[in-house]
Design a protein around this ligand. Structure first.
Ligand SMILES: C[S@@+](CC[C@H](N)C(=O)[O-])C[C@H]1O[C@@H](n2cnc3c(N)ncnc32)[C@H](O)[C@@H]1O
Length: 364
């Protein structure tokens, strides 16, 4: 890292610490624990449009202010694997008429494990000949990358050459956890900062006992590691592919005290309040659990009022947020019954306006 980059990185982090600190001041939050990122090569996924210019072909992005396109040959925020794959792929595609024709987007998904999925998006139907060429591309890339897969997407079509997922391996407090990350599903973009978030949640939950209830659990990013601190973990999530990946992750990590159910947060709240029953909860009697702690990691909109009221019933709330504004709104209600015992800033998105935050709330 150059000195300028290090200084720029620290300046943008300081601004975020000030901004989050100000938002949390009305809630008497203790001083923030801050988890920085690497300033470069931290993103495990990246998406680019493709520009065709005669025989030339390259990745492009759009300037958020001017909306003007600009050429991208390397993308410093993305992992080294993605940067290397970007170059190899473009050189391979340039002379390959079949693979490059009507190609308009390329998505990359990788992980600390080094596994790689490249999705090629087309404005044309994909036939068997495309698949033969994609298999050759995969063979070429396999000489340089670990476990490469190619996915072709077109209108109402998805052709998979290899897998539509990577297996990620995250070192959490010295233990390696395995996670299936499915192409086009939510996964935390910054793997190393994600490990910090999980370790911070583990630190918060170390003194806690009983069972953990989790909403917006994705593929079990928090559920699997946190299972060591609780008797049982019940996680809920709306997206079917994430729930399926979570079932794989439970088995892969040999956990027998975690269950993940496909329910929206709103449905789960109705189930917890005894207002509705769901066949998807068959075999799980929610009243038999000793839930002491709730972990929520909602999308940018935060939690709905009914879910907020429901989670106020529990002693401890671990709230992970990708939008400090909605976090602050939700805290206005939660702090009627709870106080902020711990607060953290995770720099998931360096050099952007975005802040990822965590708060531990305990009942007053
Ligand atoms: C910020 S992500 C967090 C996922 C997971 N905790 C992780 O760390 O990978 C939010 C998750 O909430 C899910 N989601 C969005 N709206 C939902 C809703 N109404 N009910 C339940 N889950 C929802 C998304 O599919 C996504 O997996």
């Amino acid at each position: 890292m150059t000195t300028t980059t290090a200084k720029d990185y620290q300046a943008q982090l300081d601004e975020k610490v000030d901004r989050l600190g100000t938002l949390l001041t009305p809630f008497n939050a203790p001083s923030l624990s801050v988890y920085p990122s690497k300033p470069e090569n931290y993103r495990m996924r990246a998406e680019f449009r493709v520009w065709h210019d005669g025989d030339d072909l390259y990745h492009i992005m759009f300037d958020q202010g001017s909306k003007e396109k600009y050429r991208v040959d390397t993308f410093p925020p993305a992992s080294e694997t993605i940067n290397s794959a970007m170059q190899q792929l473009i050189e391979y595609l340039k002379p390959n008429e079949l693979l490059r024709k009507k190609l308009f987007q390329i998505d990359y998904l990788t992980g600390l494990s080094g596994e790689l999925v490249i999705s090629l998006l087309y404005h044309k139907p994909l036939d068997d000949e495309w698949e033969v060429q994609a298999e050759l591309l995969r063979t070429f890339l396999a000489t340089q990358f670990t476990a490469v897969s190619i996915i072709g997407r077109a209108r109402k079509q998805k052709r998979i050459v290899g897998n539509d997922f990577i297996i990620e391996r995250l070192p959490i407090n010295g233990r390696e956890f395995e996670f299936k990350h499915i192409e086009n599903s939510f996964t935390q973009p910054n793997a190393e900062v994600n490990c910090s978030m999980i370790e911070w949640s583990l630190e918060c939950s170390a003194p806690l006992t009983g069972d953990l209830l989790e909403m917006y659990c994705g593929a079990g990013n928090f559920s699997m590691p946190l299972a060591v601190h609780f008797d049982n973990v019940i996680g809920t999530e709306i997206a079917k592919p994430s729930v399926q990946a979570a079932q794989y992750n439970i088995a892969a990590n040999h956990l027998d005290n975690v269950k993940i159910v496909r329910l929206s947060a709103e449905e789960f709240t109705e189930a917890m309040n005894g207002e509705r029953t769901f066949s998807r909860l068959e075999g799980i009697n929610l009243t038999e659990y000793n839930f002491t702690t709730v972990l929520v990691d909602p999308p940018r909109a935060g939690l709905d009022v009914d879910s907020l009221k429901m989670i106020q019933g529990y002693d401890n709330i671990i709230y992970i947020s990708c939008n400090p504004e909605t976090l602050a709104e939700n805290l206005s209600l939660l702090c009627e019954t709870h106080e902020v015992a711990n607060a953290a800033l995770f720099d998931q998105f360096p050099f952007t306006h975005h802040i990822e935050a965590g708060v531990l709330l305990t009942k007053k």
